[in-house]
Design a protein around this ligand. Structure first.
Ligand SMILES: C[S@@+](CC[C@H](N)C(=O)[O-])C[C@H]1O[C@@H](n2cnc3c(N)ncnc32)[C@H](O)[C@@H]1O
Length: 197
């Protein structure tokens, strides 16, 4: 069952550049959801925002089956998943092609020697912005204040982006990662940027 769903609905992490119009149809907004975790947020947004197509990429696979089952059950043509590292996937995504990038509760890598792994670093943000079309958005949410500060620094220094902290959008699903942080007294910070040039 899993293998059949995976073969039908998943995209290989490496390969030729993706033809997003062929995958989802022309003139469709495509959003990249990086690190969708258990998949509940991706599934909820696929239900509530069906006009947006989504490519979800996740390096660990516990949520993959859940998303694949939802895609099959609902007959969704607007969701595809990638089982792998977003940094390996990015070369497959054409420049200036995405309407949005979601980076919700990225792994914080709190230890000094792990910090270079954070996704909100200048080289990764630059590569993500390359793939946003003008007017496309980068939305980062984190409940780690130091991660929010790094995101504000990095995105503030990226000349093609405009934006900053926004109120928590009511449409962003509450996932168990966010709930775990709230239970520990951590409030999320949402940061929303638009590619302006
Ligand atoms: C803390 S969880 C957040 C999950 C989800 N976004 C949410 O808000 O509930 C971070 C997720 O990012 C994934 N991740 C970390 N680095 C990644 C990478 N380089 N490429 C794809 N996924 C990654 C992790 O496996 C993990 O599931």
């Amino acid at each position: 069952m899993y293998d059949r769903l995976f073969a039908h609905w998943a995209l290989p992490v490496v390969g030729e550049p993706l033809d997003l119009a062929e995958l989802f149809g022309s003139d469709v907004d495509v959003v990249l959801d990086i690190g969708y975790g258990g998949g509940e947020g991706l599934i909820e947004l696929a239900e509530t925002q069906p006009h947006q197509s989504v490519i979800g990429v996740e390096v660990h696979t516990p949520g993959v089956a859940k998303v694949l089952e939802a895609v099959e059950r609902n007959g969704w043509q607007h969701v595809r998943v990638v089982d792998g590292d977003v940094l390996e996937l990015l070369p497959r995504i054409p420049v200036a092609s995405l309407a949005g990038v979601r980076l919700y509760f990225p792994d914080p890598w709190l230890k000094n020697k792990q910090r270079h792994r954070r996704l909100a670093r200048a080289d990764v943000v630059s590569s993500l912005v390359d793939r946003l079309r003008i007017g496309g958005t980068l939305h980062v949410a984190t409940d780690i204040p130091e991660y929010a500060a790094q995101t504000l620094d990095v995105c503030g220094a990226e000349p093609r982006l405009r934006g900053g902290v926004v109120p928590r959008p009511s449409w962003r699903p509450v996932t168990r990662f966010e709930l775990r942080g709230l239970a520990a007294g951590r409030e999320p910070t949402d940061m929303l940027y638009e590619r302006v040039s």
